[in-house]
Design a protein around this ligand. Sequence first.
Ligand code: ADP
Length: 312
Amino acid sequence: CANSRPLFEGKKLGEGTYANVYLGFLKSDPTKLVAIKKIKIQKEYTEGMAPDAVREIKHLQELSHPNIITLHSVFSSKNQNLNLVLEFLPLGDLEMLIRDTDRVRYGAADIKAWMGMLTRAVWFCHENFVLHRDIKPNNLLIAADGEVKLADFGLARSFSDPYKPMTANVITRWYRPPELLFGAKHYSGAVDIWSVGLVFAELIIRTPYIAGDTELRQIGLICTAIGTPTEENWPGVTSLPAYTTEGEIHPVRGRDYYMSFFGTVGTEGVDLLMKTLILDPKKRITALGMLQHEWWNQDPKPTRKQDLPKKS
Ligand code: ADP
C-alpha cells in the first residue's frame, strides 16, 4: 500500500540477526511513528527474498489483534531490500523488565496481566493456524499504553497442513520444547505453549528457568527441572529421532516442588504453569485451555495495562 510508505527514516532503533530497525512515520499520517525493519540481504537469497522475511509478511498481514504487532505495509527498496513497516513499540520488551531487578519491581497482578496478553496473542495465532515458534521475553514488545505485543514472526509458519514435515531447528534453545529437542518433524501449537510456560516461569523467578548451553544440556536440564520423558509419561517418545536421556531417570516434578519456586502466583497459578510444562505435547494445555483456567478469576485481578511497570 503506497500510502503507508514511510516519508521519513530516522535514527536506528536496533539491530537483529537479520534486520536493522529504524524509526519513521507514515506519509498518510505523519503523527504516526513506525518502525521500519530493513531485512538484510542474505547471500544465498539475492535472487529472491529471504524465506524468513517472506514468512514474516505472510503471517503478520493476516493477523490483526491488540496483542500482536501490526504490520502497516511492506515495500522493497534498492537492491531488492525488503522493508517491513511495523507499529512502533517504544517501551522495550519484557526481557528488559525481567532483568532490571534493581529498578523494576513487579508482582503477581502484573504477571497475570502480562500473561493474559501473551496467552490471548498465542490463542489468536493458533485459531488462525499460525505457529509463532519463537516466543521468548525478548520478542514481547511493549506499547506506549502498556499493551504487550507478540513480535518477530520470522519463524512463524502455518500448520494447516499437519502432514508436511517441519524443521525441528526452531525456537531459541532455552524456550524449546522437548519434542523439538528430540527432533520431532510433526508438531503443533503445543510448541508455543511450552515457550509460554517458560516465559511464565521466568517472569516469576526473574531468570531463565531452563538455560542449557547446548541442546544436550538443555535436554538434561529439562529432565531434572521437569522430569525425564519416558514411554510411561509420553507414549511414543522413545521413537523420536533424537531421543536421549542422560543417566538416571528423574520422576516428573510434583506440585510441592513447583510451589517452592513459583508459589508467589498462588496454587492456581502454579497449576496453570505445570499444565504448560507437561512433557507430552498431546497432554499439554492448549491456549484456549489456558484462557479458561481458574487462575484468571482469582485474586489478585490483573493490573490495568496503563498501571503496569515500565522501563525507567
Ligand atoms: P531480528 O528479528 O532480526 O532479531 P528484531 O526484530 O529483534 O530483529 O529487531 C532488533 C531491535 O530493533 C530490537 O531489539 C528493538 O530494539 C528494535 N525494534 C524492533 N522492532 C521494533 C518496533 N516495532 N518498535 C521499536 N523498536 C523495535
